[in-house]
Design a protein around this ligand. Structure first.
Ligand SMILES: *[C@@H]1O[C@H](CO)[C@@H](O)[C@H](O)[C@H]1NC(C)=O
Ligand SMILES: *[C@@H]1O[C@H](CO)[C@@H](O)[C@H](O)[C@H]1NC(C)=O
Length: 712
């Protein structure tokens, strides 16, 4: 016999430690779920506090305020006649657990602690929470008095139990548990659980959603029944963007799916259909403690309800993800920071143009959300532009109020990049200016020569040595940062508008890894939307923007070799290109990045891998040279990672020292032991390599390549 039920899974844009706002968004989600007829509502992991509270989870204030928010919800008439499953930290016998709290009509039914913690990547759950290790055991939890006053309960069940309602059985697993080989949904399914909830705090990485959905589908296929996935969405105060994308799967097929990137603060997906009663409890299954609940998810109103059909999940490609993820993150950061827009130094190169396009994309999303009737977005945009009557209708016009760009050039900058910056700014709709900074550079040179009595430093093309050449490049680059901050503070003042601008950083993940930038140049900023994205993905993204946003000039940008343009032109031509300067291509740099961070390779094991994967391009000696060159530059530049601008996390190999990639920053840059290990392998490998048929004729003397802009 089947019973139709309506279930709701929520995606909420929570903000770490914003208890007031978080409570309001939870209330909204419950209200909307009920309006859609749902009798069961699941929200994201740790939704009461926000997921990213980090060391605030060690403070007793955080658990206290969580109970206060829960108390407010228990008392709220909005929560009547719906089973609510919420996430919050709970201290049980002096230990803090990451919990699901389920309640119905002023009674707490079950507190279910998470049983597997996540510690990879940006996650550090074991730093704040203990994993509950007692499988299928439920204990008494003594409630705080403020809760007892509302529910009349002194203790509630705490532990690994499931809820037995009149018409079905509900079990939950949190986040990480879904990814484990022995996920709880398997034994729960065998023991008759029909509805599985997965409340998650899962952040965006390019190409990740498909994996999560595959897990959801396979979980509901293996165990049968309904699998409900809820997630956080937005920048909850951190460098990651929780990616939303809540969904519901039934017997292996996705039947409801939420948006991955969106500005709506509350996004509800409901599912209505029959649940087949299955024969309970496979013969030898372990029995879960059941919390019996006198409530049915199906009700008399169900007869008239339409049912949900399976749907084909649509996944975004990485270019689309870049146009949406960082854009939504910027929006959350901007509206929550209280600033009035962005300042972007626009050089006309791939990185800064990508950032301009991301801000443009943000303006498109804002306009379309307002057209779709999102009042919150309208309120926020009016506050940002300080115009209470404003309703944006054109993304470029909105961009002209929010995005302020400047080409910070010298007499030696090429006309081509200057022109390109203008056209890109115009296509994005930014308010743009071209500025000559020679006066500032000259002022520094005058100070130096006057006090040192030395001659003026010269560029290499004019006979200067490496130190002079580097210093002259660095001072240009660094002054751009100083000038950017000055403009960011005063542009709106000059226009008679209140507030200031956030400075946007524009260095990509590969350059950071290699350290190919000047410390405290335009890589130093307030936030950086592309700091976690590889050059390769940025190029694809720009190609996509060229078509999607109709910006033909991007074609030209993509063929132009990337250059910092810090050395003077020779006969009007660029003398410097990034890949030559770096001594490696961006594609090679991505290979290094992945092997170093994801595969955890040091010099020797990286060499051992690349000697095979690059054997069609390079001989073992050449590979050895490349690997050593990479590790040398990585080591001498690692100190730059300690001051890296907070960036949107997007690739699994980010070198962000502050939160993601914990490694030292003062190295013995000679790596003597490690490089010797490589050298010992070379003679044998070379012999084998030279015996191969069709040996490619490729030469690359990396030892020749100078590290032009490294340690400053
Ligand atoms: C279940 O929870 C984990 C934890 O984040 C989450 O990563 C996973 O995506 C969730 N389930 C699935 C597949 O989506
Ligand atoms: C521009 O190029 C000239 C000629 O090489 C050089 O002397 C001068 O210092 C350069 N100016 C700047 C600001 O780079």
């Amino acid at each position: 016999m089947g019973r139709k039920v309506v279930l709701a899974t929520c995606v909420l844009n929570q903000w770490a430690m914003d208890f007031t706002g978080n409570l309001e968004r939870i209330r909204q989600s419950i209200k909307q779920a009920k309006e859609k007829g749902a009798r069961f509502r699941v929200g994201p992991e740790l939704e009461i506090t926000g997921y990213g509270c980090s060391d605030h989870f060690l403070e007793s204030d955080t658990t206290l305020h969580s109970w206060q928010v829960l108390a407010a919800l228990l008392k709220d008439p909005i929560c009547e006649d719906i089973v609510c499953d919420l996430g919050m930290p709970v201290m049980h016998k002096d230990v803090v657990y990451n919990c699901r709290v389920t309640f119905l009509n002023k009674k707490i039914l079950l507190v279910r602690p998470k049983m597997a913690m996540c510690d990879d990547g940006n996650y550090r759950e074991t730093r704040w929470f203990m994993a509950w290790a007692k499988e299928r055991i439920v204990e008494d939890h003594y409630l705080p008095r403020m809760i007892t006053d509302i529910t009349g309960q002194h203790t509630v069940p705490f532990g690994d139990g499931v809820l037995a309602l009149k018409d079905t059985c509900i079990g939950s697993e949190t986040c990480e548990e879904l990814w484990m080989p022995g996920s709880p949904h398997i034994p729960q399914g065998l023991d008759g659980v029909e509805i599985f909830t997965n409340a998650s705090g899962s952040y965006h990485e390019l190409r990740k959603l498909r994996t999560a959905y595959t897990l959801v589908e396979s979980a509901s296929m293996k165990s049968g029944g309904v699998y409900m996935y809820a997630n956080m969405r937005g920048c909850d105060g951190e460098r990651v963007y929780y990616s939303g994308g809540g969904c519901i799967a039934l017997n292996g097929e996705i039947v409801a799916m939420g948006n991955q990137f969106h500005l709506a603060e509350v996004d509800i997906r409901t599912y209505r259909n029959k649940i087949r009663s299955r024969s309970h409890a496979a013969a030898r299954a372990d029995v879960y403690p059941r919390i019996v609940v006198d409530f049915a998810l199906s009700g008399p109103q169900d007869v008239s309800l339409p049912v949900c059909e399976p749907l084909e999940p649509q996944f975004l490609n990485p270019e689309e993800e870049i146009s949406l993820g960082p854009a939504c993150w910027l929006w959350d950061y901007l509206r929550r920071s209280g600033q009035s827009g962005f300042f972007l130094p626009l050089s006309g190169g791939i990185d800064s143009c990508s950032v301009a396009m991301i801000v443009h994309s943000m303006c498109r999303i804002v306009v379309s959300s307002i057209e779709a009737g999102d009042q919150q977005v309208l309120t926020d945009v009016r506050k940002i532009v300080a115009d209470a009557a404003y309703t944006p209708t054109d993304p470029r016009e909105l961009c002209s109020r929010i995005l302020h760009t400047a080409y910070l050039g010298t007499v030696n900058s090429s006309e081509e990049t200057k022109k390109r910056a203008e056209v890109i700014a115009d296509s994005a709709g930014a308010s743009h200016r071209s500025v000559l900074i020679d006066g500032a550079i000259e002022a520094i040179l005058v100070i130096f020569t006057a006090t040192s009595g030395f001659v003026r430093p010269k560029f290499r093309v004019n006979g200067g040595e490496n130190r002079e050449n580097l210093a002259l490049q660095n001072i240009q680059a660094r002054l751009r940062m100083v000038i950017s901050y000055f403009f960011a503070q005063l542009i709106l003042w000059a226009k008679g508008r209140p507030s200031g601008l956030l400075v946007l950083g524009t260095s990509n993940v590969d350059e950071s890894l290699r350290g190919y930038f000047t410390k405290y140049d335009c890589s130093s900023a307030d936030i950086n939307p592309i700091g976690g994205i590889s050059k390769t993905d940025l190029k694809r993204f720009l190609g996509y923007c060229g078509k999607a946003f109709n910006v033909p000039i991007i074609e030209g940008l993509l063929i132009a070799p990337p250059t910092a343009e810090l050395e003077p032109l020779s006969n009007g031509l660029v003398t410097q290109t990034d890949e030559e300067d770096m001594g490696m291509t961006y594609a090679e740099l991505s290979d290094f990045g992945r092997l170093r961070k994801i595969a955890g390779c040091g010099p020797y094991s990286m060499f051992c891998k690349l000697v095979h994967t690059w054997s069609d391009k390079y001989s073992p000696t050449e590979v050895a040279g490349k690997v050593k060159h990479f590790f040398r530059t990585y080591a001498i530049n690692r100190h730059k990672m300690t001051t890296l601008t907070p960036a949107y996390h997007a690739e699994r190999y980010s070198p962000d020292d502050n939160r993601f990639d914990h490694r030292q920053f003062l190295y013995n840059t000679k790596w003597t032991w490690q490089f010797d290990a490589i050298d010992q392998q070379l003679p044998e490998l070379e012999k084998a390599y030279n015996k191969r048929p069709n040996k490619p004729e490729l030469g690359c003397d990396v030892s020749r390549v100078e590290d032009t802009r490294s340690k400053v």
